[in-house]
Design a protein around this ligand. Structure first.
Ligand SMILES: [Zn+2]
Ligand SMILES: [Zn+2]
Ligand SMILES: [Zn+2]
Length: 480
């Protein structure tokens, strides 16, 4: 805890504006004002403008915009965009130092971004519309480039705005679409070494698709040589095959400060072969447009397109797709989870029965309603799955038992290559045995409907000795 003394400004003897960092705004402003005579840009308007910017500081970490002499810059490198450059600022910016309660230049040789303008009025106009910010930690202004100061090139007399370089692409000078991923669409696409189809129309189409990407996890559609495909396996529908794409698709890596595209090898994809497509390229291209290039978080029900290829023997063109069930060849119910409801649940209807048609239909209906594989799957659970531990309580209608469900409930495993439901064995559950429920199925089902199928219930069972029905409940909510 800071003592009373500690939160008093040593210069003005008043309580600090920021008592935690011992920063006194009036004194900081006074010091800046005192320093106004120690620097000049040589242009009255610019001097006034910088002074105004300095007096705007509201917090210890706001940037003090300065006049920066041009000789402070080393290594000035032009970008592809006219008037934009990167440079090293020798002394670096002023930062508030808590221990010494003063501003110091701590980081020297910092990389900055320079924007050149050819007259002084333009400099001031540049700052309108909140185009730049001095508030480093203000969440609302996170995406607004931070400004460090103004300078002037003595050879050209051009003014220069000095900016935080993390907002701009070093190569082309454009502002990043998303600063954290350092992803610049044009530079990234231009730098990729991609294959060509040898057909002008197809190459143009592929380029067009590539320019449609908007964020870094969108798919880069490409020409994929046919010898990239292994393990060809026919699935469901005519003309569809599942294969392993050896090198795999390009994925943007913004982990570990990589910030580049890398291939994700051995990706399972679906090939759609367009028979006799050698001469009808327009059909191929129309078909290709129907698929999505969005990242996994979007378009849950539209298959993805990764590229186009050609079978060298038949010369048929092939569209490379993602989002199809390997088992039945249909589009996944939910592409994000790579989940096929028909294969996972509906096909399985034949493998279980309660022995009562009404109950079977009821459970099937509950399962058909599931849209997301993470939802609870209410099931028919054979009684021999339970090890009863103890009776918990009873009344005239029911008896409650604590039990272990040996195989346990289904949970969706969406790890790479899994994408299926797996049982979580030895789950503690509560069995609610309904007294004399042998023939009152409607009452049973009404009672089941009363439970929340996500948080309260696992399924229905039946004691074969007494023929009484049992509602299987999730343990944690019912332990007494
Ligand atoms: Zn003070
Ligand atoms: Zn760029
Ligand atoms: Zn399927």
């Amino acid at each position: 805890m800071s003592s009373q003394d500690d939160i008093i400004c040593k210069s003005c003897n008043k309580i600090c504006t920021d008592i935690q960092l011992k920063w006194c705004r009036p004194c900081a402003i006074n010091n800046l004002k005192k320093n106004f005579t120690n620097w000049t840009s040589g242009n009255e308007k610019i001097d006034e403008f910088i002074q105004q910017m300095q007096l705007k500081i509201e917090s210890f970490d706001n940037i003090i915009v300065e006049w920066i002499p041009y000789e402070q810059f080393n290594n000035v490198k032009k970008t592809k965009k006219d008037g934009f450059a990167t440079a090293i600022w020798k002394d670096g910016l002023l930062k508030y130092n808590e221990e010494e309660r003063t501003y110091k230049r701590i980081l020297s040789n910092i990389e900055v971004f320079l924007k050149c303008l050819n007259n002084s009025q333009n400099v001031i106009n540049e700052f309108s519309n909140e185009k730049y910010s001095i508030k480093v930690s203000e969440i609302d202004e996170f995406d607004i480039p931070k400004v460090y100061g103004i300078s002037q090139n003595p050879d050209t007399n051009d003014y220069i705005i000095v900016l935080d370089n993390s907002y701009y692409c070093k190569e082309c000078g454009e502002i990043y679409m998303e600063r954290w991923s350092k992803w610049c669409r044009l530079c990234q696409i231009n730098n990729l070494e991609l294959n060509h189809s040898g057909n002008k129309k197809i190459d143009e189409f592929i380029q067009e698709m590539q320019l449609k990407i908007e964020i870094y996890d969108d798919i880069i559609v490409e020409w994929i040589p046919y010898n990239q495909f292994n393990n060809v396996k026919k699935i469901g529908k005519n003309g569809f095959t599942t294969v392993i794409w050896k090198n795999g698709p390009l994925e943007y890596n913004n982990n570990k400060e990589k910030f580049n595209y890398e291939r994700k090898p051995n990706k399972k994809v679906t090939l759609k072969c367009l028979n006799n497509s050698q001469n009808v390229i327009s059909n191929l291209l129309n078909e290709a447009k129907a698929y999505s290039i969005k990242g996994p978080e979007y378009d849950y029900d539209i298959p993805r397109i990764y590229g186009i290829s050609q079978n060298p023997d038949t010369k048929d063109y092939i569209i490379i797709l993602g989002g199809f069930c390997e088992n039945c060849g249909e589009i996944f119910t939910n592409i994000y989870y790579q989940w096929c409801k028909p294969c996972d649940l509906i096909q399985n209807f034949a493998n279980w029965t309660s022995g009562n048609e009404k109950i079977d239909e009821f459970i099937q209906e509950m399962q058909l309603k599931i849209e997301n594989p993470e939802y609870r799957i209410v099931e028919w659970i054979p009684y021999d799955q339970f090890n009863i531990i103890k009776e918990i309580c009873k009344d005239n209608f029911a008896r409650m038992y604590l039990a272990i469900w040996k195989d346990g409930p289904l949970e969706y495993n969406y790890n790479e290559e899994k994408h299926k439901h797996e049982r979580q064995p030895n789950k503690e559950v509560i069995l609610k045995c309904l007294n004399n429920s042998q023939s009152v199925i409607n009452d049973l089902l009404n009672e089941v409907k009363g439970y929340d199928d996500i948080t309260e219930i696992y399924g229905i069972s039946k004691n074969p000795n007494t023929n009484e029905y049992i509602i299987v409940l999730i343990g944690v909510n019912h332990v007494i």
